[in-house]
Design a binder for this molecule. Structure first.
Ligand code: ADP
Length: 623
């Protein structure tokens, strides 16, 4: 993991490369918003208290005689230091190495990449990602962390020291109290953080809703009849009542937003929230938030889920996003506090707990409701949709019991929406002329390809609205979803459009089709005339239930072994290129026929098997 050398009990270690990179950025490039380091340290301290309180439920000797969990901040204006201490769980030596020398979290690389971009707003990115402990190097010349695990003895404590360059040292020390102290020797230009007022207001702003007392020393006013200078006393500077336990009427928008920020470390305000107290056979409170922006890796990272904290009677139990939220709602944030779950629940018990199942379905319903309400404000909903729409679509496949509710939340561009606008399915159905039974759609690899699909020509001409699905996930979703409100979905790029409209073919046309068929027999199932096309010469059409062409091509390119089903090539007999092919001699016929097919592939957003040949062919024809 890291190199180490030992001198008199002091061991020197080298940081993991990513940590070094992160530290370098902290030390050199962050000038605004520096106070976030305090939020991060207080939040770590509160987590440590939460962990100890939870473990003490089954082992109360851990709390010993020091049972008031709290966080203390001490300032030394002479030496320019600030110290954040907690009497929480603490760390063993190995845990220090593991936690404070490496970055295990996924998404870190992505974060670093974003941070390095020229115009990146670093403070914003750091706020969004929450770089935790390392943020102390924004203001520190040197950081000393002293810690003792709650179940270890005074002689087994650890001191970790670093100046934020490539290395840190470890020492075994004596420490009377369990828990952790982070002592920051402030850089010269950051000495404001040794001042009481500055620190107090920062903590109140960022950590006002931490569930443990945050204390600072305060000297009481001198008594009039006494010469004695009174000694400073610890004073709690935050409101430690859990916010969600307060009645709604007592809470302002700022309270909710402040709590959201301390919960998520997101520096942006939440988009919206819902706060509910349920009493009855089971009692619980939920406070759910929709963030304004997605974290970097959310869309891709379906497995690592955090963001919904479970409390039992105000005791933090665990992050229970996995137990309480389906994957497609993984962007939700918040807390659930149950009065009925046993305090000593374990993950295993939670998996099977019936009560939790009920809470989960209520949380899902509330989340969907909240989104429905947000949907009434188009502008706000578009913001949400842009960030989380792709994720929400997974719900159509994943959550059959709430499919209609999820469907009501989906939005798509269509051939009838203006640039940047989207339509709901209900609006589409409302616009359907009498006699239209199906909801028409086209899927493609990206929005441009969807809007440019040659299959749309006939629909445009007939003034029939088509949903333009340009998200990769759409083809997968539509493969599992066949109707909405009694109307079936139909892809404009699959199956025969309209059998009755087919005109009788002349002998020449028949011959042309047979010749093309022979030429393209390895590439297409069949060549047929089309009634979809007006201005394009040809397009590819797959069977009614086959995977869309663009998706087949994508999977093949990714090396996946998928059952190959050759498409049909539909040609437009009125097109000049097709007419020219009909009259061509053998050699030109081969070039033009191949070109016809290649055009169809390209307009699907596909890649050619042999682009070089294509270029030669075009040049031969031009030349
Ligand atoms: P995060 O808190 O997001 O996990 P940090 O870099 O802030 O990231 O901290 C890394 C880990 O170090 C924490 O997950 C925790 O295990 C440990 N840690 C940090 N501060 C403390 C503390 N005050 N007490 C106990 N453990 C701590």
């Amino acid at each position: 993991m890291s190199d180490s050398t030992t001198t008199n009990q002091t061991e020197q270690h080298t940081f993991q490369a990513e940590v070094q990179q992160l530290l370098h950025l902290m030390v050199h490039s962050l000038y605004s918003n520096r106070e976030i380091f305090l939020r991060e340290l207080v939040s770590n301290a509160a987590d440590a208290c939460d962990k100890l309180r939870f473990q003490a439920l089954s082992n109360d000797s851990l709390l010993a005689e020091d049972s008031e969990l709290r966080i203390r901040i001490e300032l030394d204006n002479d030496n320019k230091t600030i110290t954040v201490s907690d009497n929480g769980i603490g760390m063993s030596r190995d845990e220090v190495i593991e936690n404070i020398g490496t970055i295990a979290r996924s998404g870190t690389r992505q974060f670093l990449k974003n941070l390095e971009q020229k115009d990146a707003d670093q403070a914003q990115l750091i706020g969004q990602f929450g770089v935790g402990f390392y943020s102390s190097f924004i203001v520190a010349e040197q950081v000393i962390l002293e810690t003792r695990r709650a179940d270890q003895s005074a002689g087994q404590a650890t001191r970790w020291t670093s100046d934020g360059s490539g290395e840190y040292t470890l020492e075994v020390i004596e420490r009377e109290q369990r828990g952790t102290s982070v002592i920051i020797k402030l850089k010269q230009d950051a000495d404001e953080f040794a001042q009481d007022y500055r620190v107090r207001s920062t903590v109140q702003r960022y950590s006002g809703h931490i569930g443990f007392p945050v204390q600072m020393l305060q000297t009481p006013p001198q008594q009039e009849d006494s010469d004695e200078q009174p000694l400073p006393e610890w004073q709690t500077i935050n409101d430690t009542t859990a916010l969600w336990t307060k009645p709604k009427q007592e809470l302002s928008n700022e309270d909710y937003q402040g709590f959201y920020q301390s919960l998520t470390h997101d520096h942006r305000p939440a988009l919206t929230w819902a706060h509910n107290k349920v009493e009855g056979t089971q009692s619980y409170t939920s406070l759910l938030y929709i963030p304004e922006q997605a974290p970097f890796d959310m869309a891709f990272n379906r497995d690592e889920r955090t963001g919904l904290k479970l409390y039992v009677q105000r005791v933090f139990i665990m992050d229970a996003a996995e137990q309480l939220l389906p994957r497609y709602l993984r962007f939700m944030r918040g807390v659930v506090d149950s009065s009925d779950l046993p305090l000593n629940v374990s993950r295993e018990i939670l998996q099977e707990n019936e009560l939790l199942g009920k809470i989960k379905s209520a949380v899902v319903k509330r989340s969907l409701d909240m989104l429905k309400k947000t949907g009434k404000d188009q502008e706000q909903y578009l913001k949400f949709w842009e960030q989380f729409g792709t994720v929400l679509k997974e719900g159509i496949v994943e959550d059959f019991s709430n499919r209609d509710a999820v469907a009501g939340l989906l939005r798509f561009p269509s051939t009838k929406t203006k640039d940047g606008e989207l339509t709901s399915l209900a609006e589409y159905i409302e616009r359907m002329p009498e006699g239209q039974e199906q909801i028409w759609y086209v899927t493609a690899d990206n929005p441009k390809a969807a809007a440019g699909s040659p299959h749309l020509e006939w629909f445009r001409e007939q003034d029939i609205e088509v949903l333009l699905m340009g998200d990769r996930i759409d083809e997968w979703v539509m493969g599992h979803w066949h109707e909405y409100e009694g109307k079936s979905f139909k892809s404009i790029a699959k199956g025969e459009l309209n059998e009755d409209q087919k005109a009788e073919l002349s002998e020449d046309d028949q011959k042309l089709i047979e010749r093309l068929q022979e030429l393209l027999k390895d590439k297409v199932q069949e060549v047929r005339t089309s009634n979809r096309l007006t201005s394009s010469a040809a397009c590819l059409v797959v069977d009614e239930h086959a995977m869309a062409m663009h998706m087949q091509m994508m999977l093949q390119q990714a090396g996946q072994d998928i059952p190959v089903s050759l498409p049909h090539l539909e040609i437009n007999l009125n097109h000049s290129l097709v007419k020219r092919i009909a009259g061509a001699g053998d050699e030109e016929f081969a070039d033009l026929g191949m070109l016809l097919h290649e055009q169809a592939v390209l307009s699907e957003g596909g890649q050619l098997d042999n682009p070089a040949e294509f270029v030669q062919r075009v040049n031969r024809l031009i030349g």
